[in-house]
Ligand binder design. Structure first.
Ligand code: ZN
Ligand code: ZN
Length: 338
């Protein structure tokens, strides 16, 4: 008889997942079975549950791609039973040109746990052992889970796509789950940081994490004094055209806008003479590679980055967790405990 487990299952688009019993997965060759302990929720989960992203497997679907837990069974030599691990959420082919060129985050066959394959919002997850990253003893499951996306994605955006360096001025547009971690990644690099964010409490949090300035969108003019020649880098996290335009106005000559926020149908652009005349760069930044996740986790384990946790909810309260995420009031990641 198939063993059962408890999990939060998306059964209808437009509604939060519901807790129920489902079959416990069986790890295949090269995979491990993880007893999931913490799962961070992400705006992507809302895009899936609302139907913006269509699950490859259809419904029902177990959401969740920021995952940490304990290995309880292994069919791979690289990881043993009892290991505390974070789970890198992207499955890649390893053969396509992007994978071969160091851009596995844009793999042609990229699959995300909790979208293209069952995710982490259930007691057990079967996953390729190569996706597991071991944790130091002192690392909490919630910090590790959140690092896999909310931290590693900003790491990739700022360090790989943005090439941010010490002393550079960076404007972070949007200080939600990603943006507040971006401030810490940038601070760890020795950059000077300004944040544009409408919410007062989020602005305060940005200042606590090392931003020099945090202003409301209507007050961006204040930042002209902070960066008279403009910023070297703008990180657009809000996914809105207004956010992109507010950030782009603060760019200096030769500056870059890196966008990791997005919204289907929203177009970002620069006035052509401005783009050419000042040699500006617009760059997209998608998720993160395993290498980014390993490096970001190491920074968390050194204490350089403390991932923002808004709240931790038990599995039975997963509906509350989704409501909190949807409210737009979360100051950092909303986490589910299993
Ligand atoms: Zn995510
Ligand atoms: Zn590939």
């Amino acid at each position: 008889m198939t063993e059962r487990m408890r999990g939060a299952v998306l059964t209808a688009l437009g509604e939060p997942p519901v807790v129920g019993a489902l079959p416990r997965p069986v790890p295949g060759p090269g995979e491990a079975l993880v007893r999931v302990r913490r799962v961070g929720l992400c705006a992507t989960d809302l895009k899936i549950s609302s139907g913006v992203f269509r699950p490859a497997l259809g419904l029902p679907l177990v959401l969740g791609h920021e995952i940490a837990g304990e290995v309880v069974e292994s069919r791979a030599p690289s990881v043993g039973k009892g290991a505390r691990v974070a789970c890198h959420p992207y499955l890649t082919c390893g053969r396509c040109p992007p994978c071969g060129g160091g851009r596995s985050n844009t793999c042609r066959e990229l699959r995300l746990l909790g979208l293209d394959r069952q995710g982490g919002l259930a007691e057990y997850l079967a996953v390729p052992a190569g996706n597991l990253i071991p944790l130091a003893a002192a690392t909490t499951y919630e910090a590790a889970a959140v690092t896999m996306d909310a931290v590693a994605t900003t790491w990739h955006a700022l360090r790989v796509r943005g090439r941010l360096g010490p002393g550079d001025r960076v404007v972070v547009v949007g200080a939600g789950g990603l943006g507040l971690n971006a401030v810490q990644v940038a601070a760890g690099l020795g950059a000077r940081i300004a944040v544009v964010e409408p919410d007062t409490a989020r602005r305060r949090a940005a200042l606590e994490h090392g931003a020099d300035h945090a202003v409301a969108p209507q007050d961006v003019g204040v930042l002209r004094g902070w960066a008279p020649d403009g910023a070297e880098l703008v990180l657009e996290v809000s996914g809105t055209r207004a956010g992109f335009e507010a950030g782009a106005r603060l760019l200096g000559t030769g500056g870059r806008v890196v966008c990791c926020g997005y919204c289907p149908g929203a177009e970002f652009g620069l006035e052509s003479m401005d783009l050419v005349g000042r040699e500006l760069t617009i760059a997209g930044s998608r998720g993160n590679t395993r290498e980014d996740a390993v490096a970001a986790l190491a920074a968390v384990e050194r204490g350089d980055i403390r991932p923002r946790i808004d709240s931790v909810h038990e599995l039975d309260q997963v509906g509350d967790a989704f409501a909190r995420l949807m409210s737009g009031e979360a100051r950092g990641r909303v986490v589910v405990s299993l």
